[in-house]
Design a protein around this ligand. Structure first.
Ligand code: GAF
Length: 384
C-alpha cells in the first residue's frame, strides 16, 4: 500500500490527516546467523517489502493504534499504563517502542498511528523489526528527539526484549534502520560499527531468491532463548565476555576445554565458524568473487542444521533441491524453526530451479512455498 492510501485511511479512521508517513523494511540476512547476541558479525540487506505508518502526535497521554493487516478497530492505550509483558498481540511492538522511548527519558505525550505492511509475518524476514523501527523513526522525527539510527535500533531491541519478551539480538532493527539500497550491511554487533558493501547481483548475471516455506516461527517461544542461554553458558565456561572473543584459530582448543558438554560444543562451533563465514563473505565480495560466496552460504546452512539444530524439513528441502538444480549456494535465513531460505543462482537457472523446489514441495505434501526475488532495497525513511 502506498503512502497516500495509508494517509487517506488514517484520515478516515481518526477524522484528521496525519503529520507524516514513514516506511521501514523487512530484511534478509545474507550470512551471520545467531551471531548477533554473541557480539559477532552479521550481513543483512533490506527487502523492498516494508511497513508504512501514518502518524500524528496527541497531547493527552493516549496512544491509538490501527493496522490494515489486523482485524478490528483502533486499539486505545494510555501511555502511563504501558507495562512490559502485558500485551500478547501485535500492538505490543509499537506500544513497546513508545514505552522504551519514554523509559529512556523522552517526553512523548501520545500518538495516533495507522499501519500497513507488505512484510510477510512469521517468515524470518523481520516483520517485527519493521514495525518497531517505523514507529521509532516517526516519533523521533515528530517529537524532534534527534536520536541517531543506531540508537533507535537499540531502543527497538529493548522494546522487543523487555516489553514483548522475545530475547532477540540487534541485527534486525539495525538492518531495518540502517540498510541502503544496492548494499548489504556488514555490522559488528559489539560496537555497532557498520560498512555498506555493494551488492548488485543483477550486474553479474546472478539472482537471489527468497523461499518462504510458510512454516511459521516465533522467537518468544522457548527454542531461540535456549540457544541464546547455551551460547552464554559456553562463553562463561570459556571465560570470555561473548563467543565473539574465541578466535577462529583457537576454536579446536576452546572446544577441547569444553570436554563432554556436547550441546555447548555444537553451539560454540556454530557461532565461531559463522563469524568466520561472514568475514570470508565480505572478503570475497570485496575481491569481486561474488559466485564464490555460494559455498559459504551452504556451509552456513549445514552448521545451522547440524550444530545449532534450528532448521526443519521444509528448509532442508529447499536447500537440497536448489543445490541439486544448479544453485551456487543456499541456506536458511533468520532465526530458524521455519521461515525462509535464500538461494543464490545464475539468473538463467532461476526458473527451472523455482519449478524444481515447487515440485519437491508437492511431492513431499508440504504447503507450497512463496518464492520471490530479493534485491537490496532502502532502509527506513520518511515518505511524506
Ligand atoms: C532473529 C533475531 F531477531 C535476530 O536478532 C537474530 O538473532 C536472528 O534471529 C538469527 O540470526 O531474527
Amino acid at each position: 500500500m502506498g503512502a497516500q492510501q495509508v494517509a487517506e485511511r488514517f484520515t478516515e479512521l481518526y477524522g484528521t490527516g496525519p503529520e507524516g508517513v514513514w516506511a521501514a523494511p523487512g530484511r534478509v540476512n545474507l550470512i551471520g546467523e545467531h551471531t548477533d547476541y554473541n557480539d559477532g558479525f552479521v550481513m543483512p540487506f533490506a527487502l523492498p517489502h516494508h511497513t508504512v505508518a501514518a502518524v500524528a502526535r496527541r497531547d493527552d497521554g493516549v496512544l491509538r493504534l490501527h493496522s490494515a493487516d489486523a482485524g478490528g478497530g483502533a486499539r486505545e492505550l494510555r501511555l502511563a499504563g504501558l507495562t512490559p509483558g502485558s500485551d500478547t498481540t501485535w500492538t505490543a511492538y509499537p506500544a513497546g517502542v513508545v514505552w522504551a522511548l519514554r523509559e529512556a527519558g523522552h517526553p512523548l505525550t501520545g500518538a495516533d498511528i495507522h499501519l500497513s505492511s507488505t512484510v510477510p509475518t512469521g517468515a524470518g524476514l523481520s516483520s517485527s523489526a519493521a514495525l518497531e523501527v517505523v514507529i521509532a523513526l516517526a516519533l523521533n522525527d515528530l517529537y524532534e528527539l534527534g536520536l541517531p539510527r543506531w540508537k533507535l535500533a537499540r531502543l527497538c531491541q529493548r522494546a522487543e526484549n523487555v516489553y514483548v519478551g522475545a530475547p532477540t539480538g540487534i541485527m534486525d532493527q539495525t538492518a531495518s534502520a540502517c540498510c541502503e539500497a544496492g548494499h548489504a550491511l556488514f555490522l559488528d554487533t559489539r560496537d555497532l560499527s557498520q560498512r555498506q558493501i555493494p551488492f548488485d547481483l543483477a550486474a553479474e548475471g546472478l539472482r537471489l531468491l527468497v523461499v518462504d516455506t510458510q512454516v511459521k516461527h516465533a522467537h518468544s517461544g522457548g527454542e531461540y532463548g535456549k540457544r541464546r542461554a547455551g551460547c552464554e553458558k559456553g562463553a562463561a565456561l570459556l571465560g570470555v565476555d561473548a563467543l565473539r572473543d574465541i578466535p577462529y584459530g583457537g576454536l579446536d582448543a576452546a572446544l577441547a576445554r569444553l570436554g563432554d558438554e556436547e550441546e555447548i560444543v555444537r553451539l560454540v562451533r556454530h557461532v565461531v565458524t559463522e563469524d568466520e563465514r561472514v568475514e570470508r563473505t565480505v572478503a570475497l565480495l570485496h575481491a569481486g568473487e561474488t559466485r564464490a560466496i555460494g559455498p559459504v552460504l551452504t556451509e552456513g546452512h549445514a552448521s545451522l542444521r547440524d550444530d545449532f539444530r534450528i532448521s526443519c524439513s521444509e528448509l532442508d528441502l529447499v536447500v537440497d533441491t536448489a543445490l541439486t538444480h544448479g544453485a551456487l549456494g543456499a541456506r536458511m535465513t533468520g532465526g530458524g524453526f521455519g521461515g525462509s531460505a535464500i538461494v543464490l543462482a545464475e539468473a538463467t537457472d532461476i526458473d527451472p530451479l523455482t519449478k524444481a523446489v515447487q515440485e519437491a514441495f508437492t511431492a513431499a505434501a508440504f504447503t507450497q512455498p512463496r518464492v520471490f526475488e530479493a534485491v537490496p532495497g532502502e532502509g527506513a525513511r520518511r515518505l511524506v
